[in-house]
Design a protein around this ligand. Structure first.
Ligand SMILES: [Zn+2]
Length: 370
């Protein structure tokens, strides 16, 4: 699971200073590091958003146009549950209690994924090794896309800046029809082995699949004409997939983000944890209040990578602290100004990687001699 060639040093002056200032912020404000009333209200709003679109589809007499419109609304709500509810639960940042965090993380099972597999893929691989080629599954879409300068380029990639957008829409369908079962059967995510779920984890996995397929497909098919029900399911999944994929890509797969490749000679290398996270993860649209509410702070993904156990409602405040501390230590931290600018950067990065071998990522995450 762990890449023995890469170690992270969390004791740099910069990170020590930063953690001290963040501690001082919570001490003086008296706020909890986990969720607060705002977070609970938001959870209810987003869950209601998803559920009301689903109920509306079942009870209203809608045709294909109405089904598509409701599916777009529902898909947006489903992505919101992933980004703003389960993500914090999965990181144990939603609440202090273990049970409430687990319950919120199961929001992913309700949406068709698996909190158990996600925990291994996201918490262990992605968070430990963002943009480390070969260790971060998020930057590996196989031969379909070239997302990092160190990955091989094929003729097909010439068009990836065009065809990736609709393909993003298939991501969640691939998760719940193929990946979760395939990875569970193999006991591996990519090259990384993970223990098979036992006890509660196994029950949640299988009951979660049953509940998801029931509400997403079986009940709509029983209540509505099959074509209409399947259209509703497909469009909602496409919307959810595109929103989730693009949100992650805008933070990691952009011109501004650095990539790191473990040395081929197999010699271990030690990286400065905080500098690596800030170099490989780019915040965006930090002043956009709707983006911040809806994406659950994933537009503050660099902050999230530095402080994954702090609930995302605090990220705007922490971003100001990171900005100040980074400036004092000469560490680059410059969020992309808007969603539009981040989307543009992702588009240009896909195009550059697809058309030339010359492109080099910006200054690589700094290595600290072991
Ligand atoms: Zn995360």
């Amino acid at each position: 699971m762990r890449d023995a060639r890469i170690r992270f040093d969390t004791r740099s002056d910069f990170f020590t200073d930063l953690k001290g200032r963040v501690d001082a912020y919570f001490d003086t404000s008296g706020e909890s590091r986990r969720g607060n009333l705002r977070m609970y209200l938001k959870t209810a709003t987003i869950m209601g958003w998803w559920l009301s679109a689903w109920v509306a589809f079942l009870v209203l007499d809608v045709g294909y146009l109405g089904a598509v419109a409701l599916a777009v609304v529902m898909g947006g709500g489903m992505a919101g549950i992933g980004m703003s509810v389960m993500h914090d639960g999965g990181h144990k940042a939603y609440a202090d209690g273990r049970r409430l965090n687990a319950l919120m993380s199961w929001g992913l099972d309700l949406m068709g994924g698996s909190a158990y597999i996600w925990n291994h893929k996201h918490n262990v691989q992605h968070h430990t090794y963002p943009n480390v080629v070969g260790s971060d599954d998020d930057v590996d879409l196989g031969p379909l896309a070239r997302l990092a300068p160190e990955s091989p380029r094929y003729a097909l990639h010439r068009f990836q800046h065009l065809y990736m957008w609709p393909l993003y829409g298939l991501i969640t369908i691939k998760w719940h029809w193929i990946d979760d079962f395939y990875q569970l059967a193999r006991g591996r995510i990519g090259e990384h082995a993970f223990p098979r779920p036992k006890g509660t984890d196994a029950v949640v996995f299988w009951v979660g699949k049953l509940v998801f397929f029931s509400w997403a497909l079986i009940i709509p098919i029983l209540v509505k004409p099959v074509g209409l029900a399947v259209t509703f399911y497909l469009v909602a999944q496409m919307v959810q997939g595109v929103v989730l994929a693009i949100t992650f890509q805008m933070a990691h797969c952009v011109e501004e983000a650095a990539y790191f490749e473990a040395p081929a000679d197999g010699k271990p290398v030690t990286l400065d944890f905080a500098r690596h996270q800030l170099a490989t993860t780019i915040d965006f649209a930090t002043t956009n209040r709707f983006a911040t509410w809806y994406m659950g702070g994933l537009n503050f993904q660099a902050i999230h990578h530095l402080f994954p156990r702090i609930c995302h409602v605090h990220y705007p405040a922490l971003s100001a602290i990171v900005r100040e501390t980074a400036r004092d230590h000469g560490v680059p931290y410059s969020p992309t100004p808007s969603v539009r600018a981040a989307l543009g950067s992702h588009y240009r990065w896909l195009k550059a990687l697809g058309t030339t071998d010359e492109v080099v990522a910006p200054a690589r995450a700094p290595a600290v001699p072991a």
